[in-house]
Structure formats: C-alpha cells, structure tokens
Design a protein around this ligand. Sequence first.
Ligand SMILES: [Zn+2]
Length: 350
Amino acid sequence: MPHSSGGGSHSGGSHSGGSHSSHSSRSSGGGSSSGYSSRRTSSTPFKGAKRYIYYKDNKPHLVYSNYDIRKRDYGSVLPTWIVMGVIFGPFVFIGIVLMIKSFYMPERIEYSQYKKNAPEFIIEDNLDIFENERKLRKSMESFYDTTGIVPAVITISNDDWTEDYKSLEAYAYDVYVQRFPDEVHWLIVYSEKTKDNGFNDWYWEGMQGDRTDPVLTGDKADAFTKSLNDRLLKRNKYSVDDAIAITLDEHAPKMMSLTFDRSDFTLGAIVFVMMSSMLAIVFLTCRPRKVSEEYKNAVPCELNVVYQASCNFCGGMYVVGMHTGCPHCGASIPPQNYIQDPQGNVIKIL
Ligand SMILES: [Zn+2]
C-alpha cells in the first residue's frame, strides 16, 4: 500500500511522511541452567579425594577434595556459558549485521519487473497553472532514468477533495491505489483555491508506492519534501511546475547516493545492545565460586599420616617434611630427623 512521502501547505509547514517501515522483533529468553558440580570437599578422606594442607590460625588444616581446591571451577559454569552463547550469540551477530546493512548504495528500481510497457509520465494539470509542462516532463523522465521511480503530477482544486476527504493525503492515497497499483509510482498532488480575498489556499502531498521504499527512504523523502515546500513558498520565484521540476532534478542524484536506513540501524542497535547485555549479565553473574583465601596457599600432600611440629620462632604448627621455612612466620626450620617411607612420607620423627 502506498504511503505519504510528505507534504506541505501555504502555512509554510511541511510534514514528513508516515513511518516507512516497522519492524517487530521478539527475543527468545533462555532459562538459566545452574552449574552442575560433582565437586566435593570433606574433612575426612573419601574415594577419589586428594589431600590438601593449608595453614590458618597458626595451625595446619587438612582438607580432602576430589578437585584442585586452589583453582576456580570453570567446568561448572562452562555449560551455562555455552548455552547462553548459543542462544544470544546469533542475535548479537544479527544486530551487528543489521547495523552494517543499514548503510547501503541503493540500486535503481527495475520498473520492467513490475510492468511490461514503458512507463507513462502522467501530468494532469487540472488547474491549468503549469507554465512549462515539457520541462517538467523532462525532469520526471530524468528522475525515472536515475532512480527507476516514476513520478506523476496532478493538480486539482481544493473543492475536488475537501467534501469527501479529511485531508489531501487521504485523497492522494485513494488516487494512488486506483491508478498506480504497480507501487513504483511517486504521485505528487498539488491543490489550491484562491479565496475571494485573493488568498491562495494551497496544499501538496507526495504519495509513494511500497516498491519505491528502497530508494525513496524516509530521510530522502523528507529532504525532498523540505526542498519542494521551500520553493512553493517562493511563488514569485518559482511556478508550481518549475518548483517540482527543479526539486526532482536536484534530488535525483541524491536518491542514489549512500543511504542510511535509520529504522534498520535502530533495530540492529537495540538487538545488539539488548543481547550483548544479556551475555554480559550471564558472564558476570554466572561465575565459578571464588577460591577462599585460605585455600589459595594450600599445597597437596600425600594421604599418609603426617607429623606436626611447632615453629621455634612463632610457635605456629606445621607439617614436618613439607617446608623448609615456617608457613606462618617464614623463619627457617632447622633440619629435623625423621624416617621417611619409600614414597617420601614422614612416618616417624626421631
Ligand atoms: Zn614460625
């Protein structure tokens, strides 16, 4: 269905066309999976456990664990990270692609795709106000050659639409639907009526087909609307047909220049920001538990019985045979005599 490309009136104001494209997106939310863990620590030995020793409050403490208590357990959160990455990652990618693709060089619209015959350039000056129709036609043809969009220009009296339509836009819409079902036309309707006091009450409206959208984007239609309206306000300088012709000439090359599709970019940016935030939240909140301070300096120690001794300097307890310096104060530990088994474990202090 066609839609307004913009319009204006004698009051000097011009308006933009309606929204050019609307997108809706739905994001699928993902459930969160809690990190599984078969990790276990205990103060007593169990099958598959390794023994670690750490020092706290001047005493050695033993802990039995089936994992390395000194390291964060990334394995427990990795499945969540992967699942979330698979769910949200593609959306982040789509967002980036949309943002990049919102900048593009427009391609000329192929009229022959939609209609067999060569385009007709319709000029219907019902008001008989045009001064140089040939010039206008030339500009319309040239605009078509550049863009593939077929302009059509109609002038009417206000009396022709004010009875049946609320606005010139509504009238232009009906004319468009009846006459240009191909949706590759761009209809410009100019309407006026000179009142008894000599005041010219004029309006104009542009109506573009959906197939003109890739070239005649919202921003480009807005720029055209403003230019044309500015000229129509300078009636001592431009006749109506002149204003339209010059504005078409002026904007034809601009239509084919680098285009920025704001709605695509906005959608891409929203998707990108939302989805990457979701990923950031997942990575920040679902993290392996921190290694507690006391575990950080833990050392693995064999399962055999270990003997403890107290430091001559600070009195702190330590495990014999594992240190050359006191784990509490750092004082060097004098050599001690003890008996080790073939695996190097202290089995007796002499
Ligand atoms: Zn000590």
